[in-house]
Design a binder for this molecule. Structure first.
Ligand SMILES: Nc1ncnc2c1ncn2[C@@H]1O[C@H](COP(=O)(O)OP(=O)(O)OP(=O)(O)O)[C@@H](O)[C@H]1O
Ligand SMILES: [Mg+2]
Length: 471
């Protein structure tokens, strides 16, 4: 008993304080459930059946992932390369320019943390031109907020059940196990352990409207299983209560943060005010492990992807490793610069002559930003002589073979659709100083959409969750 207060009251006071986050989450969940009837909650959309995927290309995608991890990590350490690769883009693209300024600032001040945690997802489609064998081509690599590791850990059981109900026991046994949530959490846990403070928490930096919260939850739960505390905060929350101590340790609401896991901050709209940008800088400056740090974020831009496809560039990152270079390069589609000059002019001519062969991409994430077909001509005609074009890259359009399936989503009638699929592969790595202490491929994601749509992911309401059935 302290000062006449019974111990059990003191204990409760401590618990209530410690569990403030739990209570907040419970209230949130309660609110969500109450509003469920108003359809504020809907199930994650999925295909009724798994989609056949050739085994050889599936294994090829898994096998190249650890090399992609290494590549992203090496790019992030090569400030000269990033500067050169992004020079034209940052002249005209405000968002990339702002990220780049933070990167420069951190380089000037010196990085305060030698632990690097990378969780990425490399996306592929199968190019299946008539009569030819399927060829695996990378669409892009997401180095920030790569999503659906949580939900795709749940979909194998879903399709197993559907197939059993449909009397297809043999196929149901062939649905692969998949648990990216555990693998991603494994990476976070490793970084947390190396950070070396048992009290410190993992902070999920989340959006204003948390539409994909359940995807995060599976990763959070994997961390709780390991007795690692997680909290969820928005830019605004960190802006209000985030501070750095003399050693640049990051504290939010008085709790030391070991790892900031960005599930937000990848598009301009995520930075709702100048304060959000200040907050990003605060976190970058801190001793917390950032996933991703600013240079790893920049390594995932589409401009970097295009520069990597130029002759000789991969060799810079894998000197004396021609097999690795070959393995990565085999997955590259044609990528073309739109910088000012003769090379960019050729790209413009090529795109205007056969727009259906290409995709025009700005430096954006989140789906729905790419330009296709006749719209490529409209957009390029308007900017072909202006530096504005440097904000884009041009890419060969990949043509997967359509497969029929039912797409189940809350707001759409059930009908058979011609569908195209995209395979994502999750990578997790941790580096401490010069030593890679973890480098793994931690699972996959298959997303499928109706072939009527050129663009758009699950969050954009176009693609749905799926599983590969290896053939
Ligand atoms: N070269 C291509 N050929 C065919 N389709 C493509 C190509 N590039 C992109 N797409 C389609 O457009 C979608 C979005 O493309 P991309 O991944 O480059 O953009 P994003 O905005 O970064 O998307 P995400 O939110 O998935 O990160 C892809 O999921 C794919 O369906
Ligand atoms: Mg992306």
């Amino acid at each position: 008993m302290a000062q006449g207060i019974p111990d059990e009251v003191l204990m409760n006071t401590a618990l209530i304080k410690d569990l403030a986050d739990v209570a907040k989450d419970a209230a949130l969940l309660q609110g969500v459930l109450m509003r469920a009837q108003e359809t504020l909650v809907s199930y994650a959309p999925f295909t009724l059946f798994p989609t056949p995927v050739p085994k050889a290309v599936f294994l090829q995608a898994l096998a190249v992932q650890t090399h992609y991890n290494t590549l992203v990590d090496r790019i992030s350490q090569d400030s000269e390369f990033l500067q050169e690769a992004l020079a034209s883009t940052i002249e005209v693209d405000d968002f990339t320019a702002r990220l780049f300024r933070i990167h420069q600032q951190i380089l000037k001040e010196g990085r305060s943390q030698s632990i690097v945690l990378g969780l990425n997802r490399s996306d592929f489609m199968l190019d299946q031109k008539d009569g030819q064998a399927a060829s695996l081509k990378q669409i892009e690599i997401n180095t920030i907020a790569a999503s659906f590791g949580g939900l795709s850990s749940q979909t194998p059981d879903l399709h197993r059940l559907v197939l059993k109900v449909a009397g297809r026991l043999e196929e149901s046994r062939r649905i692969l196990n998949n648990n990216p949530a555990a693998g991603l959490a494994g990476g976070i846990a490793k970084a947390w352990e190396l950070y070396g403070s048992e009290r410190a928490v993992i902070m999920f930096l989340v959006e204003e409207n948390q539409r994909n919260i359940f995807d995060h939850r599976y990763v959070e739960n994997e961390l709780w299983k390991r007795n690692i505390r997680t909290i969820r905060r928005r830019f605004e929350d960190v802006s209000k209560t985030g501070t750095l101590d003399d050693n640049k340790n990051l504290f939010v609401d008085g709790q030391e943060v070991a790892v900031v896991y960005f599930r937000n901050g990848y598009m301009p709209q995520n930075y709702m005010s100048e304060q959000s940008w200040d907050t990003r800088l605060l976190m970058e400056r801190s001793r917390a492990v950032k996933c991703p740090d600013i240079s790893t974020h920049l390594a995932g831009t589409k401009k970097v992807q295009q520069v990597l496809a130029r002759p000789g560039v991969l060799e810079r990152f894998f000197p004396g490793q021609p097999q690795v270079v070959e393995q990565i390069r085999a997955t590259f589609a044609g990528l073309y610069t739109l910088d000012m000059g003769p090379e960019g002019d050729t790209t413009v001519e090529m795109a205007l002559a056969e727009p259906d062969k290409f995709v025009l991409k700005p430096q954006r994430e989140g789906g729905g930003n790419n330009i296709y077909g006749s719209e490529i001509c409209q957009v390029l005609e308007g900017m072909k002589d202006s530096t504005e074009r440097m904000a884009y890259i041009l890419m060969d359009k990949i043509h997967p073979r359509p497969v029929q399936n039912y797409l189940l989503r809350q707001d759409a009638p059930l009908k058979v659709s011609n569908c195209l699929s995209e395979l994502g592969v999750f990578g997790a790595y941790v580096r401490q100083g010069k030593e890679m202490v973890m480098n793994e491929c931690v699972g996959h994601l298959l997303r499928t959409k109706s072939s009527e749509h050129s663009d758009g992911g699950v969050a954009a309401g176009v693609a749905v969750l799926d599983n590969p059935l290896l053939i």
